[in-house]
Design a protein around this ligand. Structure first.
Ligand SMILES: [Zn+2]
Length: 148
């Protein structure tokens, strides 16, 4: 099940990680889901509420999730995924990312941003689909990204 994302949104998602570098960015993907595809139609930036170590952990506040669902309803869209950046780390999920992923059937998009601690450039963007039905059988599956 690929993640389809229009080029402008894909660019914005990656640019967000460059803007917040050397800190992580995070956000919510609104769109539509069917049996074949997750399609992104709108991005919502989220504040990184974890101030203790914003460079290697991220968190979207419950109020932001509720606001995102409300915004989605207005637009006729659902939450189909989440994105965040990995400053100076590979675009692979971490044990923390996995532990904090609870939205089954949603895409978790990670962009690596490499730089010199002042300015960073987005490198690789990967998506992982959270599959399973509970905390006991959940897995991250590599998910192709279709841009355009
Ligand atoms: Zn991460």
């Amino acid at each position: 099940m690929p993640l389809t994302i229009p080029q402008p949104l894909y660019d914005q998602l990656r640019a967000h990680g460059e803007e917040t570098y050397p800190h992580e960015c995070c956000g919510i993907l609104l769109g539509t889901a069917d049996e074949q595809n997750l399609t992104v139609a709108h991005l919502l930036r989220a504040g990184n509420t974890r101030t203790d170590s914003a460079h290697n952990r991220y968190h979207i506040a419950p109020q932001e999730l509720i606001a995102a669902q409300r915004e989605g309803r207005k637009l006729g869209l659902d939450i189909v995924g989440f994105y965040h950046s990995h400053p100076d780390h590979p675009a692979q999920w971490s044990p923390t990312d996995f532990a904090e992923a609870h939205w089954f059937g949603c895409a978790y998009v990670i962009t690596s941003v490499d730089g010199d601690k002042t300015t960073g450039t987005a490198q690789i963007t990967n998506s992982f689909l959270l599959t399973g039905t509970s905390e006991d059988d959940k897995t991250f599956a590599n998910q192709p990204i279709v841009v355009g």
